[in-house]
Design a binder for this molecule. Structure first.
Ligand code: DGJ
Length: 703
């Protein structure tokens, strides 16, 4: 997996299909190659053509370009990986090779400044089977004098030379998350970032680079996702030698971190990879990586339960009697998990009070929460609940007792959003309070699912009691992860849904603890079909959740048939939020049939591989295909928001099947996997008119 060629001073990292190589050139780590797998050292590219072998004349260029880790200073003007200011005011860093260790799938190359007591571990972890390499770094102060980190990225990734590259990223908005964007990479950097304290709905920490020709199933794609839920920055830029590099990590916006002697700083992981099979394969590699590295191991091989959630139908207007009745109806539908969303705690009649106290509202729940939970459990359903632990309403006992616990600058008015402030989770007392509140809720109730919400940006990022208060951005996130680890260790069977007013914190780090994600609060089915495309670039398709795919809430008065909503919901983890006591018997039975149908196809959808065959971005219809890992079953979703009259469908070609298997579909039609991939599916199955959808199941059969 990892080899060091002593004589040539070359490090070569192999995954199943890719090679990543760099050399130690006079102490500098210079990238040689990242791409399709090569096995022989002689096949590695040598010096770029523009650099003569005469190192003395061009020495600066050789050292300066294509660095794996760029210390700020000297003549390094490309995006730096690390910038520090030393106690004497010097801000020049020259990091040179000190040593390296190889341990199974991990390589650590330690760099050291020529003069100052700073060491950096440049870390590579190879995930061979899933073709992903994790990069990160640890900065150490090995001296006694403190120094200040002003900027630290996780890694600089060098893309092999080519004339032209484009970067794909998500440039979106609340309710319109995961919108796929593509920009040409020029000498003016393309920067995607968050400065809002969390990874943010307007962007997701993800990138993919290609030469402009890559499609879902074709072309070279270099891609990566940052495992960080706070401020982040990913830049793509070409240097004056027209070489392209990506630098990804914590955003230097308003950031400094003082490292005292003996202390170290750990940067987040950047998981990156290469494929020559287009964006679809890039996604599938990231999905397999998530399956491999999840901390929510209990849910790893289990389907996500179909849920009923109170939010879309009732918002804050919930009570014990109404929920008990709803639970009975939900059980009758075949739902497996009953979720009480926002509104269960004291003071919460709207969004103005109660956040932070987490005391059950006894007017709404006169017998306490356990009464409802027992009822739900007796019906054979799991019970789930909503919480937003990082927040506090000014109208709460917590805020009255500890106004200093919020993130604030004493001389500035703290911006209030949705009537709430953000608690300073970086503080140990705040952390302990929140951990205790979570323990209180989870230890005393049989809760199987937690909707972990977060509904506002961090502003006025002050921590008045702390001397080095800019560390807040980092320590907040570290304590947030500590909290998730704590919950996960204590309650390993708990299913956690990652929610930040929709997909606002849906980054790769969160996938470790959260098997379900609120992809978006926008649950209009046509919008969902758009959202799912960008969402699955990064996230496991099965994690695509939310409160109610089948609900009666029509966004902007866009109405759609129940079947269309249900099919869109089935692309991930189906959720229902209807007032089940106010639907017709016909509607109830219709929803019941979707629940039953989803259970039949769920294994393939949730455990299989996704192929995004057609996108609404460039077509009249969308096609999503899922193939089980053993390739014995495939499920094809067809969506036509508006198919023109007499539209002639081509033979739809499937992907990812076993060419030697014979598949049966559509009530008896048969074709081999080879036939379905090369000739395509017979077009007996159509979608027509407005808001039509079909789900076709392909099963491998004996001939
Ligand atoms: C925002 C979430 O995205 C919604 O689904 C819902 O849980 C509300 N918060 C509740 O306040």
């Amino acid at each position: 997996m990892i080899r060091f060629y002593e004589e040539e001073k070359i490090f070569m990292l192999q995954t199943k299909d890719t090679t990543y190589a760099f050399e130690n050139l006079k102490g500098y780590l210079r990238s040689l190659y990242f791409g399709k797998r090569i096995d022989k050292l002689i096949d590695l590219p040598k010096m770029p053509f523009y650099i003569s072998d005469n190192l003395s004349r061009f020495a600066l260029d050789v050292y300066k370009y294509k660095n794996e880790f760029v210390g700020s200073g000297s003549a390094f003007y490309s995006d730096e990986t690390l910038k520090v200011t030393f106690a004497d005011g010097v801000r020049d860093l020259e990091l040179l090779y000190l040593k390296h260790t190889i341990n199974d799938n991990e390589l650590v190359v330690t760099l050291k400044d020529k003069f100052y007591s700073v060491e950096v571990d440049v870390i590579y972890k190879v995930y061979y089977d899933v073709n992903i390499i994790d990069r990160s770094c640890v900065v150490r102060n090995t001296g006694t004098e403190p120094f200040t980190i002003e900027n630290v990225a996780s890694a600089s990734v060098q893309i092999p030379y080519a004339d032209e590259y484009y970067v794909t990223y998500m440039g979106s908005a609340w309710q319109n998350e995961f919108e796929i964007q593509k920009s040409k990479i020029t000498k003016a950097a393309v920067v995607a970032e968050s400065k809002a304290g969390y990874s943010v709905a307007t962007n997701a920490p993800y990138f993919a680079v290609d030469d402009g020709t890559a499609t879902e199933s074709y072309g070279n794609v270099w891609f990566g996702a940052l495992q960080w839920s706070g401020n982040w920055r990913i830049s793509a830029v070409k240097n004056d030698m027209r070489e392209t590099s990506i630098t990804a990590g914590i955003n230097s916006f308003d950031f400094t971190y003082v490292l005292n002697g003996g202390e170290s700083f750990e940067a987040p992981i950047l998981s990156c990879g290469f494929t020559d099979k287009g964006h679809g394969q890039a996604s599938r590699n990231l999905h397999d990586y998530q399956r491999l590295t999840t901390k929510a191991t209990y849910w790893k091989d289990k389907p996500i339960p179909i849920l009923y959630n109170s939010w879309t139908a009732f918002e804050f207007d919930i009570n014990e009697e109404q929920l008990c009745k709803l639970a009975e109806r939900a059980a009758d539908l075949g739902v497996e998990l009953f979720v009480v969303d926002d509104g269960w705690f004291k003071g919460r009649v709207d969004d103005k009070a109660g956040l932070g106290d987490w005391v059950v509202d006894e007017n709404k729940f006169p017998h306490g929460l356990n009464y409802l939970i027992n009822k739900v459990n007796d019906l054979g359903l799991m019970f789930g609940i909503w919480i937003e632990p990082e927040m506090v309403n000014p109208d709460s006992d917590l805020y009255r007792a500890h106004p200093d616990w919020i993130i604030n600058f004493p001389t500035r008015e703290t911006f209030i959003s949705r009537n709430q402030y953000v608690l300073n989770l970086a503080r140990e007392d705040v952390y302990q309070y929140i951990e205790n509140a979570m323990d209180n809720l989870l230890d005393k109730h049989n809760i199987g699912y937690l909707k972990f919400d977060m509904n506002r940006l961090i502003t006025q990022a002050g921590w008045p009691e702390e001397e080095n208060q800019q560390k807040l951005w980092y320590d907040y996130v570290k304590n947030f992860y500590r909290l998730l680890d704590h919950i996960n260790e204590k309650h390993p069977k708990l299913l956690i849904e990652n929610c930040a007013h929709g997909g606002g914190r849906a980054d790769l780090a969160m996938t470790k603890w959260c098997a379900r994600v609120n992809r978006s609060d926008n649950q209009d089915p046509v919008d969902m079909i758009h959202l799912h495309e960008g969402f699955t670039y990064l996230n496991l398709p099965r994690s695509a959740g939310g409160a109610g795919h089948i609900s009666k809430r029509a966004i902007y008065k866009k109405e759609s048939p129940m079947s269309f909503k249900a099919h869109a919901g089935m692309l991930g983890s189906l959720g229902i939020s209807l007032d089940l006591n106010n639907v017709t018997e016909e509607e109830f039975n219709e929803v019941k049939s979707y629940v039953a149908f989803f259970k039949k196809i769920r294994n393939t959808v949730q455990m299989g591989d996704i192929y995004r065959l057609k996108s609404l971005r460039d077509s009249q219809y969308a096609l999503y295909e899922y193939v089980s890992k053993d390739k014995k079953e495939a499920v094809l979703f067809m969506f036509g928001p508006s198919i023109p009259y007499r539209y002639c469908f081509p033979h739809i070609k499937l992907q990812g099947l076993n060419p030697d298997y014979t598949y049966e579909y559509d009530g008896g039609r048969r074709k081999t996997g080879y036939g379905l991939e090369t000739v395509g599916m017979d077009t007996g199955v159509h979608i027509v008119g407005n808001l039509d959808s079909k789900v076709i199941v392909f099963k491998a059969v004996e001939e």
